[in-house]
Design a protein around this ligand. Structure first.
Ligand SMILES: [Zn+2]
Length: 284
């Protein structure tokens, strides 16, 4: 027959397991393939196979060569993209590639207005609901554009996909970008699910210019932002360590439920169970 302490241990272990948050990985990267969206004039992916087949020794060998413009697909804008002495891709310290995700959802507004922008009010509203934007945050705009990815005309909001002055897609307002730098300068950077953090026709690039020269980073053509919680995800933005790069294709992903809460819950339960067992020993 099972002793009382054993029963208590099993029950509490079960409760601990049920309440601990499990870890989920969310890929925020579109496939880099021939259909990936590139800004007009930026060469898209050119992938050429050099070897694919069985070798005389009987083993399989396969490899390619590729070239690709830096600013296409799911990619990073390094500070050097908009600043003479800014960090190039290879200069960005590793701790500036990760941070908590602040996800602002304007997808409802963007349904009726493809030129909808992230505003200062959106950021303040987020803070009212979830607290102050945390240190090293990636501020990410979900406009619902990820669904249009495979349709270049829909993604750019124009039938003339070679003329950016005709583009209509959601972006970050200059005011919101300046507000972030002036009031939350500790953020890592910003990102969004459209082709540019500035609006398509813009030639002033206020969002790029407010952030990149100040060593903040941009993430563009981000995928699956609709799968992230508004707060609580950890974002990892990993570009190639391209010397003198001004950004480039990257693997971007999120981890939701970092496991630390699970470990903490386990430690707490363990302490509780040990205390109960000691009390039982004393009192029986
Ligand atoms: Zn870019």
């Amino acid at each position: 027959m099972m002793s009382l302490p054993c029963v208590v241990v099993l029950v509490l272990a079960g409760v601990g397991h049920a309440t601990s948050e499990s870890r989920r990985y969310i890929d925020l990267t579109h496939d880099l393939d021939k259909d990936a969206v590139f800004w007009p004039g930026v060469p898209s992916l050119n992938l050429t196979n050099l070897q694919k087949g069985r070798m005389p020794g009987g083993f399989w060998l396969e490899y390619n060569v590729f070239s690709v413009g830096e600013h296409g697909g799911t990619h990073m804008d390094a500070p050097a993209h908009f600043s003479e002495n800014g960090w190039h891709t290879s200069d960005i310290p590793l701790h500036r590639l990760m941070g908590p995700g602040v996800v602002v959802d304007i997808s409802e507004r963007a349904k009726n207005n493809p030129d909808a922008q992230l505003t200062v009010e959106d950021l303040q509203k987020w803070e009212e609901m979830y607290g102050k934007i945390p240190s090293n945050a990636w501020v990410l705009l979900n406009s619902g554009w990820t669904k249009k990815w495979k349709d270049r005309a829909a993604f750019f909001g124009s039938d003339n996909t070679e003329d950016s002055s005709t583009f209509h897609f959601p972006s970050i307002s200059g005011d919101a970008a300046r507000w972030l730098w002036e009031n939350r300068p500790y953020i890592t950077g910003v990102g969004l699910d459209t082709a540019s953090i500035d609006s398509g026709p813009s030639r002033e690039y206020p969002a790029h210019r407010a952030l990149l020269p100040n060593r903040r980073i941009g993430l563009e053509n981000v995928a699956n932002l609709d799968q992230l919680p508004p707060a609580g995800a950890m974002i990892y933005a990993i570009p190639l360590k391209l010397k003198d790069g001004t950004g480039g294709p990257m693997r971007l992903f999120a981890v939701v439920g970092d496991g630390s809460s699970c470990a903490a819950a386990f430690r707490l339960n363990l302490m509780f169970v040990v205390s109960l067992y000691l009390a039982y020993l004393f009192l029986r």
